[in-house]
Ligand binder design. Structure first.
Ligand SMILES: N[C@@H](CCC(=O)N[C@@H](CS)C(=O)NCC(=O)O)C(=O)O
Length: 287
């Protein structure tokens, strides 16, 4: 569990907040995961938007709440929790019904979610290259300088290496872009993961059997994003493709993945450009 220590938090006002507050961004995959969880639970929460596209997460105020500069962050009765999977586990303790982490399966689920979280930078690589199709450095040197300098730099009282890992990721992206080689490596990791998930779904409604769990929510978000990037689910993992379609019909899920029309148009234009250039995700990764 990543509940921040008092010394990690520089934006002190949040310590007095009561109830459930979520810092999030509409298009962020980890925020979408958390919001779907909140919807399915029927938990009432207060929304605090953090504009990732304007680098608000690298400003002093947000770094004072989450020293890692990542969304989501939860403030629950004045306690600050970070890391989406830990946020969900904390909420499950406080709002047990309906259960989305079945009793007795907590450690198995924690392990599955850790595996999912370990693929986050791979998701980002494929999203930026094939879904967002951004040209140029995704984060400016100035924004990264603010990120490097801001906040306590500690998590649970200890110097935090995650921020360095994030900064390295963005600096490398600025230098090299999201290369064919990096995309191939990331796609191979997903292919291995989805081969297993596809087998798990054979004869089952959900990833862990008959009941929907947080594991479905977590992988739904990745799968939706990768499908938008052009990952060929129907051809490679048909059970996953059918499960994705089924979950997309549920309002608790669908309302969190809606895209503003301009963003949708930009994504379609990116896909079209890549098709014309013979550089789609399938073509680059050889899938
Ligand atoms: N392991 C973290 C990952 C959080 C993360 O990487 N969030 C992304 C959005 S999905 C973010 O805040 N990115 C910062 C940015 O794009 O500037 C979690 O599960 O909460």
């Amino acid at each position: 569990m990543v509940q921040l220590a008092d010394s990690d938090i520089k934006t002190r006002e949040v310590l007095a907040w009561k109830g459930v507050h979520l810092f999030h961004f509409s298009g962020s995959s980890c925020s979408q995961k958390t919001r779907i969880y909140l919807n399915l639970k029927g938990i009432k929460w207060e929304s605090h938007l953090v504009d990732l596209s304007g680098n608000e997460n690298f400003g002093e105020r947000y770094l004072g709440i989450n020293p890692r500069g990542l969304v989501p962050a939860l403030v629950l009765d004045g306690a600050v929790h970070i890391e989406s999977n830990d946020i969900i586990a904390e909420l499950e303790k406080n709002f047990p019904e309906p259960r989305l982490i079945p009793v007795g399966r907590e450690s198995e689920i924690a392990e599955l979610l850790e595996h999912e979280d370990n693929l986050h930078l791979d998701l980002r690589t494929l999203s930026f290259r094939f879904a967002f199709g951004r040209k140029g450095p995704p984060k400016s040197a100035e924004a990264l300088a603010s990120y490097r300098e801001g906040g306590s730099g500690t998590v649970q009282g200890r110097a935090d290496a995650n921020k360095d890992r994030e900064i390295n990721f963005w600096e490398r992206a600025a230098l090299e872009g999201f290369t064919d080689e990096a995309c191939r490596k990331s796609a191979l990791k997903f292919q291995a993961a989805y081969n297993k998930l596809d087998a798990d779904l054979a004869g089952n409604d959900y990833l862990l059997g008959d009941a929907l769990t947080v594991v479905d929510i977590a992988w739904f978000i990745y799968t939706n994003r990768l499908a938008l990037a052009g990952y060929p689910f129907t051809r490679l993992h048909p059970n996953v493709a059918a499960w994705l379609d089924k979950l997309r019909l549920k309002p608790e899920f669908s309302q969190e993945i809606q895209m503003p029309p301009a963003a949708r148009e930009a994504m379609d234009a990116t896909r079209h450009e890549q098709e014309q250039a013979g550089a789609t995700l399938s073509q680059v990764t050889g899938f």
